[in-house]
Write a protein that binds this ligand. Structure first.
Ligand SMILES: C[S@@+](CC[C@H](N)C(=O)[O-])C[C@H]1O[C@@H](n2cnc3c(N)ncnc32)[C@H](O)[C@@H]1O
Length: 265
């Protein structure tokens, strides 16, 4: 089976499951909570009235959180189940939003040059074989002067399966497709997945930045974060007295997130 088709089947199953867990807190969202985190909020700045495209939007919680801040939002995902659930959530929350089912590597013509902001966060590049195609889609969606904002798991953190004792189970940079088996989803360890295999790709920070630059965008900010406000990886991150989560190996903090902002001239 084609790798992206295999992944799509896995994501359809996860999109059906997600939201019955505390990771995707739909009840909290419906009563007014935002699912957005500090890294993307800082980079995006003021979004009210701006046309925002959220790539790989999953079940739409973040997309709709941007809508609550006044952005005019479109979410894109290749999972038909995710798009259906995102549309239902928009109706439930009474928030205006458009959701489009599409492979991010092949931007629909109707979305070209339509956006002031393109955003993608947390679990972006590991699903993408061709970073160049991804970056060209993001660039093509932006109007002149528009901005791409990305926050993703840092590729070094992505390599680490367990912190103590240290287990490293994937490469740092692109080494071709890696077949990954996961018995449960990150959002809910209690439910076994039927479709347990996916294909994922490693991409170094250099590869990510070079792809964005090659798509014609000017890199404004590149940050490698040594702490985060959110625990995405319980087997890897530890919480310090300041409430923040870090990836400490021996006495040193490794980067947990990478973020970038880039502008279309
Ligand atoms: C880890 S989730 C993104 C998380 C998102 N920030 C959230 O928390 O809701 C990854 C998403 O990427 C989508 N995806 C993976 N490969 C894709 C592709 N080639 N085109 C479009 N969407 C894709 C999946 O369906 C999934 O919804």
């Amino acid at each position: 089976m084609d790798a992206h088709l295999l992944n799509q089947v896995n994501w359809d199953e996860r999109a059906e499951l997600h939201g019955q867990d505390s990771y995707y807190d739909i009840a909290g969202f419906l009563s007014g909570a935002s699912s957005l985190r500090e890294a993307e909020l800082i980079l995006a700045g003021e979004v009210a009235g701006r046309d925002l495209l959220h790539l790989q939007c999953h079940i739409g919680l973040d997309t709709l959180s941007w809508a609550r801040l006044g952005a005019v939002v479109t979410g894109l995902d290749f999972s038909g189940v995710a798009v259906r659930r995102a549309r239902a959530l928009a109706d439930q929350a009474r928030l205006p939003a458009t959701f489009v089912q599409s492979d991010v590597r092949d931007l629909p013509a109707g979305l070209r040059e339509g956006f002031d902001l393109v955003v993608a966060t947390y679990g972006v590049f590991t699903w993408i074989d061709d970073l160049g195609a991804w970056a060209r889609s993001a660039a093509a969606a932006l109007r002149a002067g528009g901005r791409l904002v990305v926050v993703d798991i840092h590729p070094l953190a992505q390599m680490i399966d367990q912190r103590d004792p240290l287990i490293v189970d994937s490469p740092y940079a692109d080494a071709g497709p890696q077949i990954v088996q996961t018995t449960t989803s990150y959002a809910d360890a209690t439910k076994r997945l039927e479709n347990q295999h996916t294909v994922q790709w490693s991409h170094s920070v250099g590869e990510i930045v070079s792809a964005v630059a090659a798509a014609g965008l000017r890199i404004d900010v590149l940050e490698e974060h040594l702490s985060t406000d959110h625990n995405d990886r319980p087997s890897v991150l530890t919480q310090d007295g300041d409430g923040r989560w870090r990836l400490r190996v021996w006495d040193y903090d490794l980067p947990v997130l990478v973020s970038l902002a880039a502008t279309r001239a």
